[in-house]
Ligand binder design. Sequence first.
Ligand code: ATP
Length: 369
Amino acid sequence: ETAAPQAGGADAVVLTRVSKFYGDVAAVDDLTLTVRRGEFLSLLGPSGCGKTTTLRMVAGFEHPDTGDVLVDGQSVLGVPPHRRNVNTVFQAYALFPHMSVAENVAYGLEQKRTPKADIRTKVAEALDMVQMRGYAGRRPAQLSGGQQQRVALARALVNRPSVLLLDEPLGALDRQLREEMQVELKLLQTRLGISFVFVTHDQGEALSMSDRIAIMREGRVEQLGDADTIYSSPASAYVAGFVGQQNFLDGRAGDDGAVDTDLGPLRSTRPSDVRPGQRVRVAVRPEFVDLVAEQPPGTSENTVRGTVIGVAHQGETRQFLVDAGHGHTLLVRRPTPASPRLAVGDTGWCRWRADDVHVFPHDGAHSAP
Ligand code: ATP
C-alpha cells in the first residue's frame, strides 16, 4: 500500500486568483496555480516573491484575502491546518528534542488518537521510507542534520497526506548532503506518488527534482513548465535571467527578427511578440556562444569582436570572459576539448546562431548580470 489517498481525478491543489496582503504589500497577487496529482512541483523565485506565503495558504497557516484554495477538489477555506490532507516540512525541522525519533514520528498520530498498534506499524513504515528504522530510539541531538531532516520527512509522511509541502527543507544542509537528499527526495516522491510542492530559491535544486517549476515574481507565477521548457523557452527576460546564465544585450527591434544593439546587428529566428521600433532585451546563453581566434567569413550578424579578459577552467567546460566594448562583457562556455586556444589579452570573435537568440520586450526590470 504505497499510493496516496485518491480523490477521484481531482487535481491535488488548485489556487484560484489568490491574493494575500500584509498592510499595503501584496505578498501574493492574484495567483492561479494547479498542482497535479502525484507531481513534484517547485515554486522558484527570489527572496520575497511570495513562495512561503503561497505554501502557508495551502497548509492553512495563512488565510487568503481573495480567491479560493482547493485540496483534492474541495475548498479548504475555513478548514484548519490539521484537518487538511496536507503536511509541511520546514527548513528548521522542529523535532521535539526530548522525544525519541519514533515518538517524534508518532506524535501526529497520537494527537489523532490512532490505535496504538496502528501507530507502531505506521511509524515503522514511515521510518523505513526514509531509511531510519535503525534510529527509532535515538534523540534528535544524536542525529546528523541529514538524519534529522529524514525524521522530519517521516513525521510529515506518516499519515500519508495527499500533498506534502516542503519549505526550503534542504537549506540547512551542506552542499554534498543537499545533493544526496535531492536524489532521495525525488525517489521517495516517485515511489509514494504523493504530490510534493517544494519551495526553493535554488534553481539547480528546482531543475533537478521537479516535474514542473513555477517561476514566481512579485506574488505571481511568471511561467509554469517543465525544466526543459523553462530553460529552453523562457517566457520573459526575468525567467531567462533567473534560470541558468545569460548574456543580455539591450537594443531596438527592427523588421524580421533583426535587433539593433550597440554591439552591432543581431538576428533572431525564434518567435517573439515584439514590434519593430520597440525596446527589447536580447538573451543568449553562454553555452550557445562560440569563440574563435579568426574572424569568421560571411555576415557580421550575431558576430562580435572582443578581447579575452578571463579564462576559467571548470573540468568539462572552459569559461571565457570577453570584453566586447561599450561596457559589455560576454560570457562564453565551451566544452574543454572544443575550446579555443585563447588566453587573456587575445582578440577573438564571439558568434552564435540566430536560433539561440531570445528577444523579449524590455520591461525595465532585471538588469544584465
Ligand atoms: P523567502 O525566499 O525570503 O522566504 P518568499 O518568496 O517565501 O521569500 P514570502 O515570505 O512569501 O516570500 O514573502 C512575500 C512578501 O510578503 C515579502 O515582501 C514579505 O516581506 C512579506 N511578508 C511575508 N510575511 C509577512 C508578515 N507576516 N507580515 C508582513 N509582511 C510579510
